[in-house]
Ligand binder design. Sequence first.
Ligand code: COA
Length: 323
Amino acid sequence: MPRYSRIIGTGSYLPQRIVTNAELETRIDTTDAWITERTGIRQRHVAADDEFTVDLAEAASRRALEAAGLDKVDLIVVATTTPDRVFPSTACLLQSRLDIHGGPAFDVQAVCAGFMYALSIADHYIKAGTANTALVLGAETFSRIIDWTDRNTCVLFGDGAGAVVLKADNTPGILSTHLHADGDYANCLHVPHGVSNNLASVLAGTAFVEMSGREVFKVAVQKLGELVDEALVANGLERSDIDFLVPHQANIRIITATARKLGLPMERVVLTVAEHGNTSAASIPLALDVAARRGDFGNGDRLLLEGFGGGFTWGGALVEWRE
Ligand code: COA
């Protein structure tokens, strides 16, 4: 009997506070028109000072577990760039909050492609028979590593969490996952300091995202285009076999380029970038949950999930949706 993992529940959470482009206009030298035209972003959610990544993760997890009708899982994988503590992992903190004990729980760091990495790992655990159920998240308080006076970066990012529950099944489910990285691009999109390198900057709260926007844009479009071909070839499918694109919500122009590569009309592309901005690892499961709860997907629809981020890292998954 073949063994697949199926998505049996989704959930998400966004912090209450919304920062609009109009509010940013009052703080930095930018305009709503510039941000909207270049990125498609109109607003982003920002966590309260006393709200942490694990809080967002817990809220999203509870919704996903409720949708799945489960209160326990065998495995927890959290993709995050903004963990609450150096250690233990956000996944361990979350496991305790959810009163789940004993099974493996760990974080994955692949920035904006993090959810694709986490989903691929959990899918492999389930396919191998090592786990029967898994909770997979992207959760971020990305606002904490943003310099809110730097107009090149601060207009792009926001906070949030998204979760899926996976379960083993004999029918797909997740058809394939595809992961890539090229560390030669490390300096194109990074926080240049960390625990081992200039901890003082981290402690002083001055370790911020730096980005070569044009380079990120160019490589993202190229690599995500290649990923489309790779996922189709791996499954013996044509472009017309794909029903929905669920992309990382970084920039409407990157998303449009990938949709064009797939020959998909924009009404078949799940878009949350205008309301959420780029929530890094959280953006794909957040978008998936919004669309799933809206009832966009039908039984057997084929979804291409994809993300690109710092590293550079990029990855995707081809998923057959089951109701
Ligand atoms: N408001 C107004 N002007 C801004 C601005 C802002 N928020 N940010 C930058 N500018 C200015 C620049 O200073 C520059 O001015 P100059 O020509 O006087 O030097 C001008 O706008 C053009 O900047 P440029 O960087 O060439 O713009 P762009 O068309 O490449 O758009 C991005 C910038 C960041 C929107 C675009 O490069 C992008 O989306 N890159 C990918 C970023 C991304 O997705 N990152 C996350 C990946 S996970």
